[in-house]
Design a protein around this ligand. Structure first.
Ligand SMILES: C[S@@+](CC[C@H](N)C(=O)[O-])C[C@H]1O[C@@H](n2cnc3c(N)ncnc32)[C@H](O)[C@@H]1O
Length: 264
């Protein structure tokens, strides 16, 4: 099985990520940070969180890495547009980072570990580039405990299929609850874990994101040829998501799990 990044890089997916900020999605890590630190953000995507860290850590520096060149371009352009000069961005894979040992005071990674086939291997690499005493903060969703109402059989299928897709792509949609254990097994200490819910309001910000992933799965991952689903089900599942987004009582709360650890 190969590791694929399930959401892809449509403008819809990028805009969905770009709504995130330090305050809305990384508040758990803020108490561990102070100006002057050198931070690495792995899987930075469009880097709205990364650039928030850059403002908070100045005169320290922030480096964002992502394996996708288009994300690095968007991130670097946003830094220029916002006049942020202490952030730099590099195309790189979390499994083989282009940095010497003991380079960073802090590492952050948001919404990446659920897509990794080898999270323990990634953590070995993060350990290598962290300085002794440095900290790490991870945040990922956990698909085991979403709150969804009102449900329909087709909506349930849409969520189950989205989860299946991520698993077939080598990821683990339930990794949120494992983040603390992963840090412990990677020899990090002083581990603190937490969890919270994100309520999607308006609902269509999340439903359109999922509907488009389902629709493009046939083309991008040959989901129909592989027998993961069929064209009729793809239409029914994406329609169910869009109808749900218009329902006056439609409500979706997603679980996010967080873990912080320290390298001795
Ligand atoms: C869900 S996005 C999260 C973006 C950002 N951290 C956020 O939360 O807004 C995950 C990002 O990780 C990147 N990614 C996936 N696999 C990666 C890998 N092995 N190494 C580095 N980046 C990776 C993807 O290209 C994507 O931009």
């Amino acid at each position: 099985m190969s590791e694929n990044y399930t959401p892809g890089y449509s403008s819809n997916a990028i805009n969905f990520m770009a709504q995130r900020t330090v305050d809305s999605h990384a508040a758990f890590f803020q108490p561990y940070l102070h100006p002057g630190m050198k931070l690495l953000d792995c899987g930075c995507g469009p880097a709205t969180i990364t650039l928030g860290f850059a403002k908070a850590l100045a005169p320290g520096t922030v480096t964002g890495i992502d394996r996708e060149a288009s994300q690095i371009r968007i991130a670097a352009e946003s830094a220029v547009t916002q006049g942020i000069s202490n952030a730099n961005f590099l195309e790189a894979n979390i499994y083989a980072l282009p940095f010497p040992d003991n380079s960073f005071d802090a590492i952050f990674s948001h919404a990446l570990f659920e897509h990794l086939q080898q999270p323990a291997k990634a953590l070995q690499e993060l350990w290598r580039v962290l300085k002794p005493g440095a900290i790490i903060g991870l945040r990922s969703p956990d698909w085991g405990v979403f709150l969804i109402t009102p449900t329909t059989p087709e909506l349930d299928k849409a969520f189950a299929y989205s989860k299946w897709l991520q698993q077939q792509n080598g990821g683990n949609p339930d990794i949120g609850r494992e983040l603390g254990a992963l840090l412990r097994k990677a020899k990090f200490t002083n581990i603190k874990t937490s969890a919270s819910y994100q309520c999607y309001e308006p609902l269509n910000s999340a439903t359109e994101y999922l509907a488009q992933i389902i629709e493009t799965s046939a083309k991008i991952y040959q989901a129909v040829q592989k027998g993961w689903t069929d064209e009729q089900s793809i239409t029914a599942m994406s329609r169910a998501l869009r109808e749900w987004s218009q329902h006056p009582d439609g409500w979706f709360a997603q679980t996010w799990c967080e873990a912080v650890g320290q390298k001795n």
